[in-house]
Design a protein around this ligand. Structure first.
Ligand SMILES: O=C(O)CCC(=O)C(=O)O
Length: 271
């Protein structure tokens, strides 16, 4: 808290294409985009990557190519963060733990210290995720230099309870790595906007671009402020998207329309 809370954060979203089933190539490709992102002036404070960037949705081979214990991904993300003194939310990676595969987000501070770890809670049946992956079991938020960030991956944004619970837990930003395809651009934009407006929080969403096995991913990564204004929105091509986060704007908006004070939790169903 204290002064750190007032600090603005420059964010860069790495809206990359992903080669299905090719973790090494994807890492190399992302690294070159991340290297160019940190050369920007002003240098970003935080990098965010897309969902399942190591394997893409290669679900039939996922047991062979997922990262054992996430070790290689964590080591690489951590050393990139430390080398460039930049915070990194490493999108998500397919991780193998025993016989289970998780869609897992890792977050690091500027020293390379891991500050968060989140396994996707809601698995997306339309892409058979639930047949191959194991769902996470807990909500996660982590500290990014005095600002609480809530973790959410792709389909998770269809569940307003998740973002609301994170906001009630103190999150001022919702971070959303995704592989969200056509034809549901309208859903993507509307849901992200709604999560920002209803929770009066920043939404920072990084989607992939490109096509895999007949599915077209549209990018349109977004940074939305707590008033619902779009700070930045990507095209449908590969790019690095940047924007400035002003955490104090969250308090200002929450003060202006006191949604949290006006809730009637005694009337809402728990289940
Ligand atoms: O909810 C959607 O329409 C897309 C979700 C998705 O692609 C995912 O969670 O991987």
């Amino acid at each position: 808290m204290g002064n750190k809370q007032e600090t603005k954060l420059a964010v860069a979203l790495i809206q990359a294409d992903i080669e299905i089933g090719s973790p090494q190539e994807n890492k190399k490709h992302l690294e070159s985009l991340m290297e160019s992102a940190v050369q920007a002036n002003p240098k970003p404070d935080l990098l965010v990557l897309p969902e399942m960037w190591n394997t893409g949705y290669a679900l039939e081979q996922i047991h062979d190519i997922a990262d054992p214990e996430g070790e290689a991904s964590r080591e690489w993300l951590s050393s990139f963060a430390a080398k460039h003194e930049v915070m990194v939310v490493g999108g998500s990676v397919a991780v193998k733990t025993g016989d289970e595969i998780y869609n897992m987000m890792y977050a690091f501070d500027r020293t390379g210290l891991q500050v968060g770890e989140y396994a996707k809670l809601h698995l997306f049946r339309l892409m058979d995720e639930e047949k191959h992956l194991t769902a996470g079991t807990r909500l996660v938020q982590f500290d990014l230099e005095g600002v609480q960030a809530g973790a959410s991956i792709c389909y998770d944004i269809r569940f307003p309870e998740l973002a609301r619970s994170l906001a009630l837990g103190g999150a001022k930003m919702l971070i959303v790595p995704a592989e969200w395809p056509h034809p549901r651009l309208h859903h993507w934009r509307t849901l992200l906007m709604a999560r920002a407006i209803e929770n009066q929080m920043y939404v920072i969403a990084c989607n992939r671009v490109g096509s895999s096995r007949g599915t077209d991913f549209f990018g349109h990564s977004m940074i939305i402020d707590p008033w619902g204004e779009i700070v930045a929105e990507g095209s449908e091509s590969e790019e690095i998207l940047t924007g400035l986060i002003e955490p104090e704007l969250v308090d200002e908006v929450r003060g202006r329309i006191p949604v949290f004070a006006d809730r009637r939790p005694e009337l809402y169903t728990d289940k």
